[in-house]
Design a protein around this ligand. Sequence first.
Ligand SMILES: CC(C)(COP(=O)(O)OP(=O)(O)OC[C@H]1O[C@@H](n2cnc3c(N)ncnc32)[C@H](O)[C@@H]1OP(=O)(O)O)[C@@H](O)C(=O)NCCC(=O)NCCS
Length: 144
Amino acid sequence: MQIYDRGRQSMLDVTIESSASGNATKIEMRSSSPTRSQHFGTMCVAPQLNSLRLLSVDNRKRTAVRQVGSRFLEIADRMKGDLGLSSVSLSCQDEGAAKFFYKAGFRFIGSGADAKNAALKHHLDHSQGALPDEIVFLGDMEKR
Ligand SMILES: CC(C)(COP(=O)(O)OP(=O)(O)OC[C@H]1O[C@@H](n2cnc3c(N)ncnc32)[C@H](O)[C@@H]1OP(=O)(O)O)[C@@H](O)C(=O)NCCC(=O)NCCS
């Protein structure tokens, strides 16, 4: 698996390590190089009803690398399939992260979801600077 190294402007090999804690799985992404054992990020997931719930996902080195979040979402998609679940879901707690999840195919669900999804689509299609103030882009999101 590879992510993008902003400094070198090239792809970088990474290694995935996963460990179980109760019914949750913690997945860590590290540099494959034995001499540069950097920790790029962690994702925690747990099955909940018919969904694989994303409990947390982070790129710890956002100024140095990108695509960490995208690689984690690919892993979550595969886990969803392997476990026979019907969706990947999360409670979005950051409006910047909402753009990331929306681009990856996640949509808000529940109360006010249609307005949030329409406004986020409009925002991304027109690549405007700030998100509109009148809508709070937080809450449950899902990708089927
Ligand atoms: C959200 C997060 C995991 C994304 O990881 P990442 O490795 O930076 O994301 P990627 O490089 O895979 O980005 C994929 C796309 O999403 C966009 N994106 C990522 N983070 C974004 C943000 N905060 N705001 C707007 N767009 C964002 C990228 O620009 C990219 O767009 P492109 O495909 O058009 O180039 C990372 O920003 C992070 O760790 N945030 C802090 C923790 C957090 O908020 N976690 C989610 C809790 S709900």
